[in-house]
Design a protein around this ligand. Structure first.
Ligand SMILES: NC(=O)C1=CN([C@@H]2O[C@H](COP(=O)(O)OP(=O)(O)OC[C@H]3O[C@@H](n4cnc5c(N)ncnc54)[C@H](O)[C@@H]3O)[C@@H](O)[C@H]2O)C=CC1
Ligand SMILES: CC(C)=CCC[C@@H](C)[C@H]1CC[C@H]2C3=C(CC[C@]12C)[C@@]1(C)CCC(=O)C[C@@H]1CC3
Length: 345
């Protein structure tokens, strides 16, 4: 049964509220009676109870007008992880997060909840039941992850009981669900181009995937439990479905649910990883002449061929977190939500 919490305040802002996770968060907050300010570079929808502020989070003045009289801020904006624009990641995830913190302090915001990522500890090798005290990756798998590490450090270091500014980081993993622009669309696009015939490795690697509503639940619990005397201050929390699943079983269930064939043939992990590195290097060298975007990037191959699942024990203990939607139910709802991606549609 879900924990019942009495919200301390009914106003909040969601930076990145037009995005996949951000919009689900906004919808749930409105459903719980919050008045929400969305701050995003784009406005993707309209909703009663929600005010939109269109702007770049690197612009402090623009942020300040959205954060006026707002005690709680959720920061879930980021450039798409698949981008290869290093300067953009630096500008938005690092410099922009500094600006968000500065704006929160100037506006008198009391709580900042950051959407980080469980990948901040992932180096491309197995993680089994990883806890939050694992060290940050020394060699992050890509530039997106490198900047998520810096972003999380900035937010947690900014926590100050003296200033009345409390911060916490939520680390989800492999978010999926209706309107996800990444996981299912990339998977289906690969299947349609005949690229989902192979299983990388022996297919036994266990991975966490997290239904978007469970991620939202974790964020709201964090916001409502974050108090000066609580253990949450300056802490990071893994939020997953808490049901590690074989990566290739998960992919197969989604593919079969949408009418595509499941991958069957096995390829050695080292071979595919080596090829993906080679392709990535070729794409880098040719970039001045032609822009190639390989499907199987080294990052995706590492995620597809290793164990990476995380313990939610800290979130269970401090937040009372239990994933409200099971993995099977989540997959069914997700498949149902993509009629346009079905085979033959
Ligand atoms: N999708 C996933 O599997 C995971 C995502 N995350 C994190 O969750 C958060 C949300 O991710 P998604 O909803 O999947 O991404 P998304 O791309 O759907 O949403 C990100 C939003 O941020 C906005 N944004 C980007 N740059 C901005 C800027 N300079 N100023 C204002 N707004 C800006 C975009 O317009 C977009 O609406 C991100 O912080 C991401 O790093 C963490 C773990 C896994
Ligand atoms: C091998 C192949 C082409 C699989 C298709 C699915 C992938 C696109 C997803 C499988 C795991 C996903 C994942 C993320 C993005 C989409 C996948 C690679 C993240 C990198 C998104 C941002 C994060 O913070 C971590 C995620 C880890 C899992």
């Amino acid at each position: 049964m879900a924990t019942r919490i009495r919200p301390s305040s009914k106003r909040c802002a969601v930076i990145g509220g037009s995005g996949f996770l951000g919009r689900h968060l906004v919808e749930r907050l409105v459903g719980r009676g919050y008045t929400v300010s969305v701050f995003d570079i784009r406005q993707a929808y309209e909703l009663p109870g929600v005010t939109f502020h269109q702007g770049d989070l690197c612009d402090k003045q623009a942020l300040l007008s959205a954060l006026k009289d707002v005690p709680i801020v959720f920061h879930c904006a980021s450039p798409a992880p698949g981008s290869d624009d290093r300067a953009l990641f630096q500008r938005v995830n690092i410099d922009g997060t500094r600006t968000v913190i500065q704006a929160c302090l100037e506006a008198g915001v009391q709580k900042l909840i950051l959407t980080s990522s469980a990948s901040v500890v992932f180096e491309g090798t197995d993680i089994k039941n990883g806890k939050e005290d694992l060290p940050y990756a020394k060699k992050p798998i890509d530039y997106y992850t490198a900047t998520k590490i810096q972003q999380e450090k900035l937010v947690l270091e900014a926590c100050s009981k003296e200033k009345g500014f409390l911060t916490v980081a939520i680390r989800p993993h492999g978010i999926f669900g209706p309107r996800d622009p990444q996981l299912v669309p990339i998977l289906v696009d690969s299947a349609r181009r005949g690229k989902m015939k192979f299983i990388i490795g022996d297919g036994s690697n266990l991975v966490d995937f997290t239904y978007v509503e469970n991620v939202v639940h974790g964020h709201i619990l964090a916001a409502e439990h974050l108090k000066a005397e609580s253990p949450l201050c300056a802490q990071a929390y893994h939020i997953t479905n808490d049901e590690p699943v074989r990566f290739w079983d998960f992919m197969s269930q989604v593919l079969v649910g949408l009418g595509y064939s499941a991958p069957r043939l096995h390829l050695p992990y080292a071979l595919v990883y080596g090829l993906s590195l080679l392709l990535w290097l070729i794409a880098l060298v040719l970039r001045p002449l032609v822009h190639i975007k390989p499907t199987f990037t080294p990052m995706r191959v590492a995620l597809a061929g290793t164990h990476h699942f995380y313990s939610c024990a800290r979130a269970k203990q401090d937040l009372g977190y239990r994933p409200p939607v099971s993995l099977q139910e989540a997959i069914a709802r997700t498949v149902e939500s993509y009629p346009h991606l079905r085979q033959g549609a």
